[in-house]
Design a binder for this molecule. Structure first.
Ligand SMILES: *[C@@H]1O[C@H](CO)[C@@H](O)[C@H](O)[C@H]1NC(C)=O
Length: 190
Protein backbone atom coordinates (compact mmCIF):
# COMPACT_ATOMS: atom_id res chain seq x y z
CA UNK A 1 0.00 0.00 0.00
CA UNK A 2 1.74 3.23 -1.13
CA UNK A 3 0.36 5.29 1.73
CA UNK A 4 3.69 6.15 3.26
CA UNK A 5 3.90 9.67 1.84
CA UNK A 6 0.55 10.69 3.17
CA UNK A 7 -0.04 12.46 6.43
CA UNK A 8 -2.58 11.08 8.84
CA UNK A 9 -4.88 14.04 8.30
CA UNK A 10 -8.19 14.30 10.12
CA UNK A 11 -9.91 13.63 6.80
CA UNK A 12 -7.96 10.43 6.33
CA UNK A 13 -8.64 9.32 9.87
CA UNK A 14 -12.32 10.04 9.39
CA UNK A 15 -12.29 7.97 6.23
CA UNK A 16 -10.96 5.15 8.37
CA UNK A 17 -13.37 5.62 11.24
CA UNK A 18 -16.55 6.16 9.24
CA UNK A 19 -16.59 2.79 7.51
CA UNK A 20 -16.07 1.20 10.90
CA UNK A 21 -19.02 3.12 12.25
CA UNK A 22 -21.17 2.19 9.30
CA UNK A 23 -20.23 -1.45 9.52
CA UNK A 24 -21.50 -1.80 13.03
CA UNK A 25 -24.30 -0.47 15.13
CA UNK A 26 -22.59 1.88 17.55
CA UNK A 27 -23.36 1.50 21.21
CA UNK A 28 -23.88 4.53 23.41
CA UNK A 29 -21.35 5.26 26.11
CA UNK A 30 -17.71 4.35 26.46
CA UNK A 31 -16.14 0.98 25.71
CA UNK A 32 -16.70 -1.80 28.24
CA UNK A 33 -13.71 -2.76 30.35
CA UNK A 34 -13.56 -6.55 30.06
CA UNK A 35 -11.27 -8.91 31.91
CA UNK A 36 -8.42 -10.10 29.71
CA UNK A 37 -6.41 -13.33 29.75
CA UNK A 38 -4.36 -13.39 33.00
CA UNK A 39 -0.59 -13.95 32.62
CA UNK A 40 -0.94 -13.79 28.85
CA UNK A 41 1.92 -15.59 27.09
CA UNK A 42 2.54 -13.92 23.74
CA UNK A 43 4.92 -16.63 22.48
CA UNK A 44 2.33 -19.35 23.00
CA UNK A 45 -0.16 -17.28 21.03
CA UNK A 46 2.03 -17.26 17.91
CA UNK A 47 1.16 -19.29 14.84
CA UNK A 48 -1.96 -19.87 12.85
CA UNK A 49 -5.44 -18.79 13.96
CA UNK A 50 -8.62 -19.20 11.95
CA UNK A 51 -11.59 -16.84 12.20
CA UNK A 52 -14.41 -19.06 13.42
CA UNK A 53 -17.01 -16.46 14.32
CA UNK A 54 -17.18 -12.70 14.24
CA UNK A 55 -18.96 -9.49 15.09
CA UNK A 56 -20.20 -7.39 13.33
CA UNK A 57 -22.33 -9.32 10.91
CA UNK A 58 -21.36 -7.07 8.03
CA UNK A 59 -21.50 -8.20 4.43
CA UNK A 60 -18.73 -10.72 4.12
CA UNK A 61 -16.51 -10.36 1.10
CA UNK A 62 -13.86 -13.00 1.61
CA UNK A 63 -13.91 -16.37 3.26
CA UNK A 64 -11.32 -18.76 4.72
CA UNK A 65 -9.99 -15.89 6.84
CA UNK A 66 -6.92 -16.72 8.91
CA UNK A 67 -3.89 -15.01 10.43
CA UNK A 68 -0.38 -16.19 11.06
CA UNK A 69 1.39 -14.52 13.98
CA UNK A 70 5.19 -14.61 14.22
CA UNK A 71 7.56 -12.92 16.66
CA UNK A 72 9.93 -10.36 15.18
CA UNK A 73 13.43 -9.87 16.62
CA UNK A 74 12.40 -6.51 18.12
CA UNK A 75 9.66 -8.15 20.18
CA UNK A 76 6.79 -6.97 18.00
CA UNK A 77 4.61 -9.42 16.12
CA UNK A 78 4.16 -9.87 12.40
CA UNK A 79 0.53 -10.54 11.51
CA UNK A 80 -0.09 -12.03 8.10
CA UNK A 81 -3.81 -12.26 7.42
CA UNK A 82 -5.34 -13.89 4.41
CA UNK A 83 -8.72 -14.50 2.87
CA UNK A 84 -10.06 -16.16 -0.22
CA UNK A 85 -11.82 -13.65 -2.47
CA UNK A 86 -13.21 -14.61 -5.87
CA UNK A 87 -10.91 -17.61 -6.06
CA UNK A 88 -7.78 -15.64 -5.15
CA UNK A 89 -5.90 -15.57 -1.88
CA UNK A 90 -5.52 -11.97 -0.68
CA UNK A 91 -3.03 -11.22 2.06
CA UNK A 92 -2.38 -8.20 4.25
CA UNK A 93 0.51 -7.77 6.62
CA UNK A 94 0.32 -5.92 9.89
CA UNK A 95 2.23 -5.41 13.09
CA UNK A 96 1.03 -6.10 16.61
CA UNK A 97 2.64 -4.69 19.72
CA UNK A 98 2.15 -4.95 23.46
CA UNK A 99 1.71 -1.31 24.36
CA UNK A 100 1.99 -1.68 28.13
CA UNK A 101 4.08 -4.57 29.48
CA UNK A 102 1.91 -4.62 32.59
CA UNK A 103 -1.04 -5.55 30.36
CA UNK A 104 0.41 -8.13 27.97
CA UNK A 105 -2.98 -9.39 26.73
CA UNK A 106 -3.82 -5.94 25.39
CA UNK A 107 -2.20 -5.74 21.98
CA UNK A 108 -2.48 -3.06 19.36
CA UNK A 109 -2.55 -4.00 15.69
CA UNK A 110 -1.87 -1.78 12.71
CA UNK A 111 -2.00 -2.68 9.04
CA UNK A 112 -0.42 0.55 7.76
CA UNK A 113 2.14 3.11 8.84
CA UNK A 114 -0.42 5.90 8.86
CA UNK A 115 -3.14 4.12 10.74
CA UNK A 116 -3.24 4.20 14.50
CA UNK A 117 -2.93 0.96 16.43
CA UNK A 118 -6.31 -0.63 16.90
CA UNK A 119 -6.95 -2.48 20.15
CA UNK A 120 -6.61 -6.26 19.93
CA UNK A 121 -7.39 -7.62 23.35
CA UNK A 122 -7.18 -11.32 24.10
CA UNK A 123 -9.97 -11.83 26.62
CA UNK A 124 -9.32 -15.53 26.98
CA UNK A 125 -7.30 -18.27 25.32
CA UNK A 126 -5.94 -21.74 26.01
CA UNK A 127 -3.39 -21.16 23.19
CA UNK A 128 -4.12 -24.60 21.72
CA UNK A 129 -7.80 -24.56 20.82
CA UNK A 130 -9.50 -21.18 20.83
CA UNK A 131 -9.08 -17.50 21.56
CA UNK A 132 -11.57 -14.72 22.28
CA UNK A 133 -10.48 -11.38 20.86
CA UNK A 134 -12.11 -8.00 21.39
CA UNK A 135 -11.48 -4.59 19.86
CA UNK A 136 -13.31 -1.47 20.92
CA UNK A 137 -12.84 2.18 19.98
CA UNK A 138 -14.44 5.15 21.68
CA UNK A 139 -15.75 7.75 19.26
CA UNK A 140 -15.89 11.30 20.60
CA UNK A 141 -16.53 9.77 24.05
CA UNK A 142 -20.19 9.56 23.06
CA UNK A 143 -20.37 6.04 21.74
CA UNK A 144 -18.17 3.11 20.89
CA UNK A 145 -17.72 0.75 18.00
CA UNK A 146 -16.59 -2.77 18.71
CA UNK A 147 -15.47 -5.94 17.05
CA UNK A 148 -15.23 -9.43 18.50
CA UNK A 149 -13.84 -12.65 17.18
CA UNK A 150 -13.78 -16.27 18.19
CA UNK A 151 -10.59 -17.72 16.76
CA UNK A 152 -9.62 -21.36 16.51
CA UNK A 153 -6.51 -23.36 15.83
CA UNK A 154 -8.88 -25.29 13.57
CA UNK A 155 -11.28 -23.84 11.00
CA UNK A 156 -14.30 -24.74 13.07
CA UNK A 157 -14.95 -25.27 16.77
CA UNK A 158 -17.52 -27.36 18.62
CA UNK A 159 -20.82 -25.61 19.23
CA UNK A 160 -20.32 -25.88 22.99
CA UNK A 161 -17.03 -23.97 22.70
CA UNK A 162 -18.73 -21.23 20.69
CA UNK A 163 -21.64 -20.98 23.10
CA UNK A 164 -19.27 -20.74 26.04
CA UNK A 165 -17.25 -18.06 24.25
CA UNK A 166 -20.40 -16.02 23.70
CA UNK A 167 -21.24 -16.31 27.39
CA UNK A 168 -17.79 -14.95 28.26
CA UNK A 169 -18.32 -11.95 25.98
CA UNK A 170 -21.80 -11.36 27.33
CA UNK A 171 -20.63 -11.49 30.94
CA UNK A 172 -18.22 -8.66 30.05
CA UNK A 173 -21.13 -6.54 28.77
CA UNK A 174 -20.20 -7.20 25.13
CA UNK A 175 -23.25 -7.69 22.93
CA UNK A 176 -22.54 -10.65 20.65
CA UNK A 177 -26.15 -11.35 19.68
CA UNK A 178 -25.32 -10.37 16.09
CA UNK A 179 -22.23 -12.53 15.86
CA UNK A 180 -22.07 -14.71 12.74
CA UNK A 181 -20.12 -17.80 11.77
CA UNK A 182 -17.22 -17.22 9.40
CA UNK A 183 -17.21 -19.19 6.20
CA UNK A 184 -14.47 -21.79 6.46
CA UNK A 185 -15.80 -24.52 4.17
CA UNK A 186 -13.93 -25.65 1.08
CA UNK A 187 -10.78 -23.77 2.06
CA UNK A 188 -8.23 -26.56 1.94
CA UNK A 189 -7.31 -28.16 -1.34
CA UNK A 190 -7.83 -31.90 -1.34
C1 LIG B 1 3.62 -18.67 9.49
O1 LIG B 1 4.76 -17.84 9.35
C2 LIG B 1 5.98 -18.52 9.62
C3 LIG B 1 7.08 -17.50 9.55
O2 LIG B 1 7.03 -16.73 8.38
C4 LIG B 1 6.16 -19.64 8.61
O3 LIG B 1 7.34 -20.35 8.89
C5 LIG B 1 4.96 -20.59 8.71
O4 LIG B 1 5.07 -21.57 7.70
C6 LIG B 1 3.67 -19.81 8.53
N1 LIG B 1 2.56 -20.74 8.74
C7 LIG B 1 1.49 -20.74 7.96
C8 LIG B 1 0.46 -21.72 8.32
O5 LIG B 1 1.35 -20.00 7.01
Amino acid sequence: MPLTNMQATPALLLSVILPLVQAQIPHWGPCPDPQVQPAFNLKKYMGRWFEVSKLPAQFEKGRCIESNFTMKPDGSVRVLSSELLKGEVKTIEGTAVVEDLKQPAKLGVSFSYVLPYTPYWILSTDYETSALVYSCTDVLRLFHVDFAWILGRTRTLPEATINHAKEVFTSSNIDVSRMIMSRQAGCDKE
